[in-house]
Design a protein around this ligand. Structure first.
Ligand SMILES: Cc1ncc(COP(=O)(O)O)c(C=O)c1O
Length: 389
């Protein structure tokens, strides 16, 4: 049967854009570029979810999420991020940041509209804009500036069709943390050109050295034009629980609710109780996780220094953006060869747009002893490539 004639133009346009997913682990393969944290949240989170199930809490919740969770998120935003929101009108609980960003773009974009983002960027934004027949305009950043956006470049990309600037800090895939001055300058740009800001803060807890996470909505005058997206996926290692949220001015929340409802009705109820638990308890347990990720970050850098391969120093998130241009391979060629010959898995830098060509995304998410073995294999692989050159 010819199924093509049944497919929408959108489906045809997106065909193959995700690549192929292998769900069965392949023996001997070490994933050194994974976006999934390798730790578990504390037991009390599981207890809360078990209790919700035991109490039969399995029906739809309010579209915007259970009031306890919205209150807990509002408290967290106030104390940790310096952002005050009304839990009843300025928050919606979503099925992860992924749903959040789609719902936001659905509410903002007409056909032909543009949103800007520093690139390399999280690839889903590109696909979402495409689905909506809008355009994500990637504004390239360079390794020389550690992939920090030059605000003048951002301004040069603004057109009459620009609706919003997407800011992701810490960033996936580059690990760049934007300093406060840059965020302030982006905010001034948004005010000057009357644009909204979409601030994806899902890696906020992963910041290293002297870098600090700053929420766009906490900067003077920016709350009214900022849509904050966050999630429990990365901060609390709950990627499969599918829990996130959007904090935004009430008219924006109201406008995106029909899209959230169309896709999800509400976020998973059991997971929402897990979310209340994790936000209501002290978060000192995360210190050890961050210390371990920092140890792995340093081990990556030490190994890369020892084989003289350049990289962009990771400031945050849990990625390391490795410059493989000295090997003479493209990102895609390198990833394929590393998989075949060294049994190592990476993401090509190009997942985040053309500005990532010549780079691969490594990660800090592999536990010992596989992590150390992965590093060794990587160093051997580069030596072999050089030996063959
Ligand atoms: C920058 C960024 N935003 C959003 C997401 C989606 O996260 P979630 O699991 O909360 O849907 C990811 C996932 O990797 C991401 O890296």
């Amino acid at each position: 049967m010819d199924y093509q004639k049944f497919l929408s133009n959108r489906a045809k346009e997106l065909h193959g854009s995700l690549g192929k997913q292998t769900s069965v682990p392949i023996p001997g393969l070490i994933n050194m570029g994974s976006g999934t944290p390798d730790f578990k949240p504390p037991g009390f989170v599981f207890d809360a979810m078990r209790q919700a199930l035991d109490e039969g809490k399995i029906q739809y919740t309010a579209w915007t999420g259970i009031p306890e969770l919205r209150r807990a998120i509002a408290d967290k935003l106030k104390t940790e991020n310096g952002v005050e929101v009304d839990p009843d009108s300025e928050l919606v609980v979503t099925s992860g940041a992924q749903e959040a960003l789609m719902a936001v773009l659905m509410a903002l974009l007409n056909e032909g509209d543009e949103v800007l983002t520093p690139s390399p960027n999280y690839d889903e934004y590109t696909r979402d804009a495409k689905i909506l027949h809008g355009t994500l305009v990637p504004v390239p950043t360079t390794p020389e500036s550690n992939f920090t956006i030059n605000v003048a470049d951002l301004e040069a990309a603004i057109t009459p069709r620009t609706r919003a600037i997407i800011v992701v800090t810490p960033n996936n895939p580059t690990g760049t943390v934007l300093p406060r001055e840059t965020l302030v300058a982006i905010g001034e740009l948004a005010v000057k050109h009357d644009l909204l800001i979409i601030s994806d803060e899902i890696y906020e807890y992963y910041v290293f050295d002297e870098n600090r996470h700053v929420s766009m909505a906490s900067l003077p005058g920016l709350k009214e034009r900022t849509i904050t997206i966050n999630s429990f996926s990365k901060s609390f290692a709950m990627t499969g629980m599918r829990l996130g949220y959007i904090a935004a001015p009430a008219p924006i929340i109201e406008a995106l609710l029909p899209f959230h409802h169309a896709m999800m009705i509400c976020a998973n109820v059991v997971t929402q109780y897990g979310g209340v638990a994790v936000l209501s308890q002290p978060r000192d347990w995360f210190k050890d996780i961050l210390a371990e990720y920092d140890r792995r970050r340093k081990a990556w850098m030490q190994m890369l220094d020892s084989i003289n391969l350049p990289y962009s120093k990771p400031q945050g998130a849990y990625y390391i953006f490795i410059d493989i241009r000295p090997t003479g391979l493209t990102s895609a060629q390198f990833v394929a060869k590393a998989r075949e010959e060294a049994r190592l898995v990476f993401q090509p830098g190009t997942i985040g747009g053309g500005a990532g060509e010549g780079f691969i995304r490594g990660a800090l998410t592999t536990g010992s002893p596989k992590f150390e073995e992965g590093l060794e294999r990587f160093a051997d692989f580069i030596r072999t490539l050089r030996g063959n050159a």
